[in-house]
Design a protein around this ligand. Sequence first.
Ligand SMILES: Nc1ncnc2c1ncn2[C@@H]1O[C@H](COP(=O)(O)OP(=O)(O)OP(=O)(O)O)[C@@H](O)[C@H]1O
Ligand SMILES: [Mg+2]
Length: 309
Amino acid sequence: MVLDGMTTVLQPRPLPNFVVTPFLQDVVDRALTYIAAGFPIHFRGASGSGKTTLAMHIASLIGRPVVMIHGDEEFSTSDLVGGEHGYRTRKVIDNFISTVLKTEEDSSRQWVDNRLTVACRYGFTLVYDEFTRSRPEANNSLLPVLQERMLDLPSARNGDGYLHVHPDFTAIFTSNPEEYAGIYRSQDALRDRMVTMDMEQFDEETEIQITQAKAGVERAAAAKIVGIVRGLRESGVCEFAPTIRGCIMVARAMRVRNGSIAPGDGMFRQICQDILASESSRGGSKTQTFQVKSALNGLIDAAEVSGAW
Ligand SMILES: Nc1ncnc2c1ncn2[C@@H]1O[C@H](COP(=O)(O)OP(=O)(O)OP(=O)(O)O)[C@@H](O)[C@H]1O
Ligand SMILES: [Mg+2]
C-alpha cells in the first residue's frame, strides 16, 4: 500500500520459516501482554539475538498494517514526522485570443506526512528498528506520542498543529546495546515510556531449529554446527561472540556440499574457519584470528573424538 505517494506500508504477513520454540513463545506472550496493556515494547540485545525478526512477527500477530523505520544518524524530525517537499504547480494558459499567449503560474510547497505521522493517523503498527542509531533529538517527537498520544506537527502543515494518535497505533522498538559502534544513548524519558525486554542469546534448541529452518539442512547437521558455534562463544577467545547468523551461514555453505558432515571433513573445518573467524574479530588481526582458528580446531577435534558425529 502506498499512502500520500511517499510512504510504503507493509501488509502484516506471517514470516516464512519463523521458528517458535518454548523459549521464543515465552517472549512473544510477554510482549503481547504489554501491548494489550497499552505499552510500546522495546527489544534490546546483542546483534543476532533475533530482535528485528521478533518485532516483525509480533507486528504480524497484531494484524494491522506495518510501517517500518530504520534508525539513521542523518535523521531529523522531518524524516519521521513529515515536511515540505517539492512544489505543487498550477498553470493557467489563457489563449482566448489566439495570437496572445497569457500564462499565470501559482506554486505552493506541499506538506508530505512521513512514516510516524502516517502510523499515528491511521493506527498502524510502527516498527522502529535500531532507533538508537538516530540522534536523540530526532526522536523527540515520539515522547508526546507515547505519553499523551498526541503528535505535534510543525506549523508548516495545514491544520491544527497536532494530531490525536489513533487508538490502534502500536510501537515496537529494537536497539543494540550502547557499547556498539554508532549507537546513541537512548533518552531516559523515551525508555521510561516503553517496556524494555532484554533479549538473551537463544537457547540451544532454538538455535538448532532456526539453523535448520533458515538453511534447509537436516537436524543432525544443524545440531553439529550449533554445538561448534556455542563452544566457540563460550571459549572466551572471540572479540565478538559468533551469532546465529554464523550458524546459518555455515549450514548454507554445507548445504551446497550436500549437507552431511562426516568426521574428518576438511571442507567443513575450512568453512567454519572462513565464516566464524571473520565474524568473531573486528579488525581481523593475525593473532586474534589465529586464536579463534585454534579454538575452532580444538572444538571440532573434540567433537570427532567424543563421537559426537
Ligand atoms: N524466530 C526465528 N525464526 C527464524 N529465524 C530467525 C528467528 N529469529 C531470528 N532468526 C534469524 O536469525 C538471524 C538474526 O536475527 P535478527 O536479524 O532478527 O537479529 P537482530 O537481533 O535484529 O540482529 P541485529 O542487531 O544485527 O539487527 C536472521 O537471519 C533471522 O532470520
Ligand atoms: Mg536487527
